[in-house]
Write a protein that binds this ligand. Sequence first.
Ligand SMILES: Cc1cc2nc3c(=O)[nH]c(=O)nc-3n(C[C@H](O)[C@H](O)[C@H](O)COP(=O)(O)OP(=O)(O)OC[C@H]3O[C@@H](n4cnc5c(N)ncnc54)[C@H](O)[C@@H]3O)c2cc1C
Length: 310
Amino acid sequence: MPLNPEQQAEIEQARATTQETRRATVPALEEILYAALPVLDHGFVRVVDYMGDDGAIVQAARVSYGRGTRRVSEDKGLINYLMRHRHTTPFEMCEIKYHVKLPIFVARQWIRHRTANVNEYSARYSILDNEFYIPAPEHLATQATANRQGRGSIIEGAAAQRVLDLLRQDSERAYAGYAEMLNEDDKGEPVDPTWPGLARELARMNLSLNFYTQWYWKTDLHNLMHFLSLRADPHAQYEIRAYAEAMLATMQRWVPIAHAAFVEYRMNAASISATGLKVIQRMLAGETVDQVSSGLSPREWRELMAVLGR
Ligand SMILES: Cc1cc2nc3c(=O)[nH]c(=O)nc-3n(C[C@H](O)[C@H](O)[C@H](O)COP(=O)(O)OP(=O)(O)OC[C@H]3O[C@@H](n4cnc5c(N)ncnc54)[C@H](O)[C@@H]3O)c2cc1C
C-alpha cells in the first residue's frame, strides 16, 4: 500500500471519528469514507467528503420542501427519466470530493476535465516522493494500428523485460538527479554543505511523467458522470480507466439508483447517427445493407456493426 504509517494513522483517526448530523448520509459510502482504494502500483483514490444522495436528486427535481422522496420505484422511475432525457441539473445537487494519487501523465489527461475544483500537491513547496509508475507486464503492448491512439498486442519475454528495465533505470536515475540537485536531507539540511542546492521548483524538471503527484478533486455528480463516461470507457487509456473504474465503484455505493441509471442509459448505451438509424430500419425491414450502400464511412460502419454486435 502506498501510504506511510503516519498517513495511515491520520486516515484511521479520521475514520474513527463520527459526527451527528441532520444531513443525508449514505451508509455504504460511509463504510469506505477516507479509506485509500489502491489503483496502479502506488496510486489510490479515496473519498474524503460528499454531499447529497439519490434522495437529493429527486428532492431537487420535485423542488420539495422535505426529502422529496416517495416510493423507491417512483424515485427510480424519476431518476431514470432524468438520465434518459438529459435533464441534468438535479444531478448537480450532489457533490463528491476525492483525494487522488496518480502518475503525472494520468494527471495531464485528467486535468482536461475543467468542470471540477482541483488542488494539487505543490512540488515548489514540498519534495516529491521517490515513487514512479511501472506498468504490470500484461499492460505492456505495441502501438495499435487500427486505432492510432491505442494499444495493440501484448509485448512479452525479453522485449517486455527490456522495457521494464529501461523504465525503472530511467526513473531511478531521474530521482537520483533530482535528489542531488535538491541537496537536502530528511530534516531539510544540506547533504553536501559545500554545494548550493537547487530550488524545488526547478529541481523537479527532470522527473519523468510516470512520477506520482496528488490532488484533491471535487466535482458534482453530473460532471463526475461526464468524466466517467469518457474515462471509464474502453477507449480511454488503461491507466486513467483504472482510476475511473475505482470511482465508478464509489458512485455505486453513494447513489446506487443514479449509478444504475447511468450504466443503463449512458455507459452501456449507444448514440446512433441519423444515417445509422436508417441503416437499422432498413435491416429490420429485411433489406441486406453493406457499408457502401449504407451511406456511412468505413469507420462509422465498423462502429455501428460493433454496437449491433455484428
Ligand atoms: C479517448 C480520449 C482521447 C482524447 N484525446 C485527446 C487528444 O489527442 N488531444 C487533446 O488535446 N485532448 C484529448 N482528449 C481530451 C478531450 O478532448 C477533452 O478535453 C476531455 O475529455 C475533457 O472533456 P470535456 O471538455 O467534455 O470535459 P470538461 O472540461 O469537464 O467539460 C464538461 C463540459 O462542459 C462544457 N465546457 C467546459 N468548459 C467549456 C468551455 N470553455 N467552453 C465551452 N464548453 C465548455 C462542455 O460541454 C464540456 O463537454 C481526449 C479525451 C478522450 C476521452
